[in-house]
Design a binder for this molecule. Structure first.
Ligand SMILES: [Zn+2]
Length: 154
């Protein structure tokens, strides 16, 4: 079992996923493009601390997938919010962000600005079952992603 931090890319940016991931990463926290091949264009980026898509080692020993929010090791929070801010530079039309335990489906959807998303991360209040819809700068809804929910790849 595993924690994934998932960014769902807008359609237009799926082709640039690898470049966006590389440019958005920091030394501590990396964005990875989805490791799904077979000619598919990646729809997702994963945020993790180093090995594969797993984000489990960002969690404290007290973290609980039944809790309302994830208990992330505080020293990682500035790096995670920095990756999200960097992503926004490349995905200003908006994106979806979720931190989900393997097998869980989001039950709540919240529309937030990038400033609100950064606040949530910095306050260690990322919810365990929420899809965050980070809206574009002009506040318009994210057309192509508005109805989508993340389904874990098999
Ligand atoms: Zn894991």
């Amino acid at each position: 079992m595993c924690l994934s931090m998932i960014v769902t890319l807008p359609q237009a940016k799926q082709i640039d996923a690898a470049l966006i991931a590389e440019k958005s990463s920091t030394d501590e926290i990396k964005a990875y493009k989805e490791k799904r091949l077979f000619g598919r264009t990646p729809r997702y980026l994963f945020i993790a601390s180093g090995v594969g898509n797993c984000a489990c080692d960002l969690l404290t020993d007290n973290a609980d997938w039944d809790a309302e929010t994830w208990d992330i090791i505080p020293s990682y929070l500035p790096h995670i919010s920095s990756v999200i801010s960097n992503l926004y530079q490349h995905l200003s039309e908006g994106f979806l962000f979720e931190a989900l335990w393997a097998g869980d489906s989001p039950t709540v959807r919240k529309e937030v600005s990038i400033a609100e998303m950064v606040q949530i991360i910095q306050n260690n209040k990322i919810e365990t079952k929420t899809t965050y819809q980070v809206t574009s700068a002009d506040g318009e809804k994210l057309g192509g992603l508005a109805g989508q929910a993340f389904r874990p790849a098999r």
